[in-house]
Ligand binder design. Structure first.
Ligand code: PLP
Length: 229
C-alpha cells in the first residue's frame, strides 16, 4: 500500500518536470487520480497521501465507493461514457463530468442537477484522432455543441476533454493535444471562457502538458496495472 503514496509522488514529479520543460507553473496542472476498478481501500490510501480528486468510469461502481468513503469529502469526476439513463445519479453525486458529447446528455444532466447548491462542472469531449476513437464530438461540431452546453442552467462548461488513440509517437501525441488546445483557444476568442483542457494519461502526460493540459487523468501510474478495463 505504501506504493500508492510513492507512485503519487512520482507522478507529481513527472508533472513538475514536464511543466518546467515547457515554462509552465505546475500549480496550473490539476491531478485527477483515476481509480476505476480499484477498491475503496486504494482510494483511502491515496487520500491519506493528500490526493482529493478521483475519476471513475462506471456509475454503479462509483456510487458504491462514494458511500464507503463519504467521511473523506472527496471530489468525484465522472470520466466514462455516459448513457442517458444514467444521467440522474451522475448529476446528483458527481462534481464533474468530462465526457459530454451530445446535447441530449447535457440537457438531462442540467435538469437533474436542479436544486443542487453548486453547478455541475462539465467538459465537452472531442474526438481529435478521427474515426479510430468511438466517443467524442467531431471537431467541426464541437463549437456548436459547446455554445449550447454553455447556456444550460445548473452546468458550468469548464473546457474540453480528449482521449486520443494511444500512440508511442510523441509528435503524434502532441498534434492531437495541440488540436484540442487550438479548439479551446478558438472558442475563447469567440466568447466562451474555458479554463480547462482535460488531456493526458499515464503514458502521455508529458506531451499533454507540453500542449497546455490543465488537468491530467492518471490511473495506472498511481494505482498500478488494472486487471480489467
Ligand atoms: C482509464 C482512464 C484514464 C487513466 O488511464 P491510465 O492510462 O491508467 O492513466 C484516463 N482517462 C480516462 C477517460 C480513462 O478511462
Amino acid at each position: 500500500m505504501a506504493t500508492i503514496s510513492a507512485n503519487l509522488q512520482a507522478v507529481k514529479a513527472r508533472i513538475r518536470a514536464a511543466a518546467q520543460e515547457s515554462g509552465r507553473d505546475a500549480k496550473d496542472i490539476f491531478l485527477l487520480a483515476v481509480s476505476k476498478t480499484w477498491p475503496p481501500e486504494a482510494i483511502r490510501e491515496a487520500a491519506a497521501a493528500g490526493q482529493r480528486a478521483f475519476g471513475e468510469n462506471y456509475v454503479q461502481e462509483a456510487l458504491g465507493k462514494m458511500d464507503r468513503l463519504a467521511d473523506l469529502k472527496l471530489e468525484w469526476h465522472f470520466i466514462g461514457p455516459l448513457q442517458s439513463n444514467k444521467t440522474r445519479p451522475v448529476a446528483e453525486r458527481f462534481d464533474w463530468v468530462h465526457g459530454v458529447d451530445r446535447l441530449k446528455i447535457a440537457e438531462r444532466l442540467s435538469q437533474a442537477r436542479q436544486g443542487h447548491a453548486r453547478p455541475l462542472m462539465v467538459c465537452v469531449q472531442v474526438n481529435v484522432s478521427g474515426e479510430a476513437s468511438k466517443s467524442g464530438v467531431a471537431p467541426e461540431d464541437a463549437p456548436a455543441l459547446a455554445r449550447r452546453v454553455a447556456e444550460l442552467p445548473n452546468l458550468k462548461l469548464r473546457g474540453l476533454m480528449a482521449i486520443p488513440e494511444p500512440t508511442p509517437e510523441v509528435e503524434a501525441q502532441r498534434s492531437r493535444f495541440r488540436a484540442l488546445r487550438e479548439l479551446r483557444d478558438r472558442l475563447n476568442r469567440e466568447g466562451l471562457a474555458l479554463d480547462t483542457l482535460s488531456m493526458g494519461m499515464s503514458d502521455d502526460l508529458e506531451a499533454a502538458i507540453a500542449e497546455g493540459a490543465t488537468l491530467v487523468r492518471i490511473g495506472t501510474a498511481i494505482f498500478g496495472e488494472r486487471l480489467r478495463a
